[in-house]
Design a protein around this ligand. Structure first.
Ligand SMILES: Nc1ncnc2c1ncn2[C@@H]1O[C@H](COP(=O)(O)OP(=O)(O)OP(=O)(O)O)[C@@H](O)[C@H]1O
Ligand SMILES: [Mg+2]
Length: 398
């Protein structure tokens, strides 16, 4: 086989450094666009840690793709470096609370992230340790090797119970740690998350809270431009970035969406064996992004929410795609049947109503209150937002 026949040997014709278009990629500060105010506010809230003092606990809110995770990671890295120059040792633990949602998982992840077994001679085994023992080890680790621990709890609303928040936000005050101190940065896209907390946790956890606003089309364009090094020179047609930015701005100014569409556009060009990314690939890239995002969002939902979505989707399909508003009562009866055929006990109507309104919050379902006429009370109708087939596929594959 000669060289040109190799499946891997040729350099990528489109991408020079695809890593730049990954969500996990942490750009340098000069590549973080339009978040100066937010970064400054965050820095201000936690700056006492630079001297080894207790930082404020912070809650960061904002819609998806507004740079909350990025800015929190960036600012804590910057803080750690600045503090090291002062001889202050800061450790940062990043927890994705969607993955580590129980109290034990959360504490264990934090302890593991802050530990350095050679330094502390403390181990944090994966199993066989009680929750209270994980806490003890965490406090010992903090005191043994750090001046300040900063704990980023991303998707904090996914935590089960608020005991861990109580423990973390009061550890220094309660004397659990004596040689060190700690601060929490909680991140959520549920703007009303705070309301669900008990008063004590609320007051200590949200000493500061910030809302990250969505990006406008200009900012999205700058964000995309700053990542255009991901492509080989001259590969991107000049109208591609403005179009992607405009599409993402039209929904809610989501930087992740913009970056994903740009990456898909590159992949589509590659699949067409084209050596330029043309504007006509952008619409297809947008469709791919929507599908991928929907599947990911649905995959994250609890089992019963998936049955509810399927119940709605099946009823939409029965009306040959007319997508009529469906009363909660009918959603419930098909849901009950789905539960039965899957061998699970259906939830009570009340709980189903809660789940449906959560789905409405996530824009997977649209809800409306309808009056039944005088003296007859009102009822809620539900409408599926996305294509029923795509929804059913996503529910089943998750
Ligand atoms: N201001 C910015 N400059 C450059 N890149 C950005 C900016 N804001 C966000 N990004 C990029 O967009 C993507 C999404 O950002 P991020 O993950 O921080 O959003 P988020 O607000 O945490 O969203 P979610 O609520 O869905 O977790 C990431 O790849 C991030 O690097
Ligand atoms: Mg995030």
């Amino acid at each position: 086989m000669n060289e040109s026949e190799s499946f891997f040997g040729n350099p990528d014709p489109i991408f020079a450094d695809k890593e730049l278009l990954r969500v996990s990629h942490l750009p340098e500060s000069d590549r973080i666009i339009g978040r100066d105010t937010e970064l400054r506010k965050l820095a201000n809230a936690i700056k006492d840690a630079q001297r080894g003092d207790t930082p404020n606990n912070v809650l960061v809110y904002g819609k998806t793709g507004t740079g909350k995770s990025l800015c929190s990671k960036y600012i804590t890295r910057d803080l750690t470096e600045a503090a090291a120059d002062n001889g202050v040792k800061i450790g940062v633990a990043y927890v994705d609370c969607f993955q580590e949602s129980t109290e034990t998982q959360t504490v264990r992840t934090i302890a593991q992230a802050l530990n350095s077994p050679e330094e502390t001679e403390i181990t944090v085994p994966h199993t066989g340790v009680s929750t209270s023992d994980y806490y003890r080890r965490l406090w010992d680790i903090l005191d043994a090797r750090l001046d300040v621990g900063i704990i980023i709890l991303d998707e904090i609303d996914k935590l089960e119970g608020d005991n861990v928040l109580m423990q973390l936000s009061r550890a220094a005050e309660a004397g659990k740690v004596t040689e060190s101190t700690l601060g929490v940065i909680g991140i959520s896209n549920k703007i009303r998350y705070k309301d669900s907390l008990n008063e004590r946790v609320k007051s200590s956890l949200s000493e500061r809270d910030f809302v990250f606003p969505p990006y406008d089309a200009n900012q999205l364009r700058e964000i995309l431009k700053s990542r255009s090094d991901a492509f080989r020179e001259g590969v991107l047609d000049e109208d591609v970035i403005p179009k992607v930015a405009a599409l993402a701005a039209k929904e809610h100014g989501d930087a992740r969406k913009a970056i994903d569409i740009l990456r898909y556009a590159g992949e589509i060009a590659d699949e067409h064996d084209d050596d330029t990314v043309k504007i006509e690939y952008v619409d297809e890239a947008h469709d791919r992004e929507e599908q991928a995002r929907l599947s990911e969002l649905i995959a994250k939902q609890p089992e019963h929410s998936k049955y509810l979505l399927q119940s709605l989707a099946l009823q939409v399909q029965d009306t040959s795609g007319k997508n009529p508003p469906i009363p909660t009562k009918s959603v419930y009866s098909v849901y009950e049947r789905l539960c039965e055929s899957n061998g699970v006990d259906p939830l009570k109507v009340r709980r189903v109503r809660d789940l449906l309104s959560e789905l409405a919050f996530l824009s997977l379902v649209e809800q409306e209150r309808k009056g039944r006429g005088k003296g007859k009370g009102a009822h809620t109708v539900n409408q599926l937002v996305d294509d029923p087939e795509v929804v059913i596929k996503a529910c089943k594959s998750a």
